[in-house]
Structure formats: structure tokens, C-alpha cells
Design a protein around this ligand. Structure first.
Ligand code: CP3
Length: 357
């Protein structure tokens, strides 16, 4: 791996809760359809998976938002559903629809056949993309690798597509907890191997997206989501490639679980916009960094409102180390890229002002 020196380490310093000159910012789904250059590359690639499975295209779109905005981190361009795809579930993205699996897993026979994919085989394209992006970044900013959480991946694997409530996987968890645990354990071992491989290929921080953790009540959350993220964090801590990398957990809609999430031993927690980030900091800020938490819908308002609301998030967090600015969820396709520029520049400006007192 390239021993390049990082020219901007604000993001990593903030995750370690060390002082920074201003607040670092990156944006979930920063490489996405709101950028015309992304839509152009995607058209050349022919499909979303055509884009994601080609390391040159994946590298190109990863860098696009960094060329436009002063972002403090890059995130690997890929998807959380690459793991189930590599397990043989047959992923496709229909135009204008969400993801779909040709072969969802709903019974003991299908779940029993699942194995941990080969990180140098079916998923080699992801590691090749990580290596290429690191090389092309040349130390501009750190690169984030990521995975879905075991629970969130299981939601899609059992349902076979997106859903409002993912009732099928919940029914499986209620009706046959042993089978649900068998599925989650296989997926958790895959997620751990996937993240270790990304670390080995050059990822400098790791994020776990538990997008659907908030669908569970407190006890099932601990049993079916938290437990397996803890298993992954433990595995990352015990491998030399990933041991020293910061790990961010993002359980959307699970604000009631912040303390339990901090107990996993992660470095940072993603926070959605339903929490006051100052209150979140008072609850867990002594133990972990926080990442968030502007409502992504604010980016559809005027530039003045974007700047005002960004300052409000920074003021709520206050003059403390340990804040990585982000949205509370992914940016949406209709956002005007000019508003992202306003957001990034406002965060850096106001972050400096807060530190100056
Ligand atoms: O953040 C980045 O810029 C990195 C790339 C990234 C993508 N997906 C690219 C993508 C990341 C980190 C993800 C994670 C992801 N994927 C999550 C967790 C985060 C979250 O948003 O909650 C989930 C749940 C998925 C599954 C997924 N992928 C869905 C539901 C969809 C369709 C919805 C949509 O936005 O269209 C995708 C497709 C997808 N993944 C797109 C992108 C840029 C849009 C597809 C396109 O270009 O046609």
C-alpha cells in the first residue's frame, strides 16, 4: 500500500476526538445522482452495477465530489448489497426503482447454503477499487471503506427488495430466531472479512450502515442488530490490517440506543436528524466521536437556509472535539450542487469561528 502522507487529516483527528482547525465534513452519498458528472459516468457504464464493478469507473465517481467541493474525506463508491450479490442472490437495480434480488433467502435450505464470499474472488473488484482510489487520492483526504450492518443486509436478503417495514425478516426473527441468528452470523462473518479486506487494500476508516436498525424495538435491536455489529467490531479489532482504523456505526432511527452503540467499542457514531446533536454529545461524547446530523431535506431549501441550518448543527454540538459534520442520511438526487458548496464552505467557516470563541 502507498505510504503517502495525508495532507488533510481533519476527519481522522476528529474521529479520535483530537483538536482540529475546523470541523471536517463529508456527505453520505456524496458521489451520486445530484451530480451531472456522476450521471454521465453512470450512462457510460450502462448501469449502477456496471459502474460499481469497474474499478476505473468507481474511482472516477469517488473523486468527482472532491473535485467540486472542499470535502474532508472520500468514500469508496460501491454499495452495501455487494456482499449478498457475491453470495449468489443476484442483485439488480431496476431503472427508477430500488435494489432487487433474484434469489432472496427465506428458508433453512437457502440460509444453510450461504457461505462467506471470497474477498479475492467475487469481491475482488471492490478491493481493486480501494487500491486504485488510494493511489489516485495521493493523500488528499482519507478514504472511508464501508459495509452494511448484518441486520440491514439480512433485511434486503430476506425481503428481496426495499420495503417500508421489512416485515418478512421480522417474521423470520419472531418465528425462528435460531434460523435468523444463523443467517446473521454468516452475514456478520462476511461483513468482518469484507471490512478487513478493505482495510488491507487501503481504506483508512470504516463505516457500518445500519440503515434499518431503527425498525427494531429496544430488545430486538440488541438481539438482532447490535450483537452482530459488536461481533464485527471485535473482529476488526483483532486483525492487524484493521485494528488501528476508526470505525463509525450508523444506526438510523435508533437514537434511543446511543449508549449501547457506544459500548460496542466503535470510534464514532452516526446520528440522524431526529436527535439534537448537542444532547447526543452530552450522552456519549466522552466516549465516541459523533457524525451528523443535518436533515438532508434542508439541501432543497435556499442557500441562506442551508447556511443557517448548518450553523445551527455546529452550534448545537458546540466548541468540543469529536464532531464530523454530515447529513443525517444520504443526499437526494434533486439537490442543487451549489447548495452542497454552500454547506461545505459554511461548515468550515463557522467551525473556525466557533473555535475562535
Ligand atoms: O456515499 C457514497 O457516495 C458512496 C456510495 C454508496 C452507495 N450506496 C451508492 C449508491 C453507499 C455508502 C451506499 C450505501 C447504501 N446502499 C445503503 C446504506 C446507506 C443508506 O442510504 O441508508 C443502502 C441502504 C443501500 C442500498 C441501496 N443502494 C438502495 C436502497 C439503492 C436505491 C435507492 C437510491 O438511492 O436510488 C441503492 C442504489 C445506489 N447506491 C445509488 C448510489 C449512488 C443510486 C443508484 C443509481 O445511480 O442509479
Amino acid at each position: 500500500m502507498a505510504a503517502d502522507v495525508l495532507r488533510n487529516d481533519r476527519f481522522l483527528r476528529a474521529l479520535r476526538r483530537e483538536p482540529t482547525d475546523t470541523t471536517p465534513i463529508w456527505v453520505m452519498r456524496q458521489a451520486g445522482r445530484y451530480l451531472p458528472e456522476y450521471r454521465a459516468t453512470r450512462a457510460r457504464a450502462g448501469s449502477f452495477m456496471g459502474l460499481a464493478t469497474n474499478p476505473e469507473y468507481a474511482c472516477e465517481v469517488t473523486l468527482q465530489p472532491l473535485d467540486r467541493f472542499e470535502l474532508d474525506a472520500a468514500i469508496l463508491f460501491s454499495d452495501i448489497l455487494t456482499i449478498p450479490d457475491a453470495m449468489g442472490l443476484g442483485l439488480s437495480f431496476e431503472q427508477g426503482e430500488g435494489p432487487r434480488f433474484a434469489n432472496p433467502v427465506r428458508d433453512a435450505a437457502a440460509i444453510g447454503k450461504l457461505t462467506v464470499p471470497d474477498m479475492d474472488g467475487e469481491l475482488r473488484y471492490v478491493m481493486d477499487a480501494v487500491r486504485l482510489i488510494r493511489k489516485e487520492l495521493g493523500g488528499r483526504v482519507p478514504l472511508i471503506g464501508f459495509s452494511g450492518s448484518p441486520w440491514t443486509l439480512a433485511c434486503y436478503m430476506v425481503e428481496g427488495e426495499g420495503s417500508r417495514d421489512f416485515a418478512r425478516v421480522k417474521a423470520l426473527a419472531w418465528n425462528d430466531p435460531a434460523l435468523a441468528h444463523r443467517l446473521l452470523d454468516t452475514v456478520a462473518r462476511s461483513v468482518a472479512a469484507y471490512l478487513v479486506a478493505q482495510a488491507h487494500a487501503g481504506a483508512q476508516a470504516l463505516m457500518i450502515f445500519d440503515t434499518w436498525g431503527g425498525l427494531l424495538g429496544p430488545a430486538p435491536f440488541r438481539e438482532f442488530s447490535l450483537r452482530y455489529m459488536t461481533q464485527v467490531v471485535d473482529a476488526l479489532k483483532s486483525d492487524p490490517s484493521s485494528r488501528d482504523l476508526p470505525v463509525i456505526l450508523f444506526s438510523k432511527g435508533a437514537g434511543g440506543q446511543l449508549e449501547a452503540l457506544a459500548d460496542t467499542g466503535c470510534t464514532g457514531l452516526g446520528v440522524d436528524w431526529t436527535l439534537d446533536i448537542g444532547e447526543a454529545r452530552r450522552r456519549v461524547g466522552g466516549r465516541v466521536a459523533l457524525q451528523g446530523n443535518l436533515d438532508p431535506a434542508v439541501l432543497r431549501a435556499s442557500p441562506e437556509v442551508v447556511a443557517r441550518e448548518a450553523r445551527a448543527v455546529l452550534d448545537a454540538f458546540g466548541n468540543h472535539p469529536g464532531h464530523v459534520f454530515n447529513l443525517g442520511h444520504g443526499i437526494t438526487p434533486e439537490v442543487d450542487p451549489e447548495n452542497v458548496k454552500v454547506l461545505v464552505d459554511t461548515v468550515h467557516e463557522h467551525g473556525r469561528a466557533i473555535r475562535a470563541g
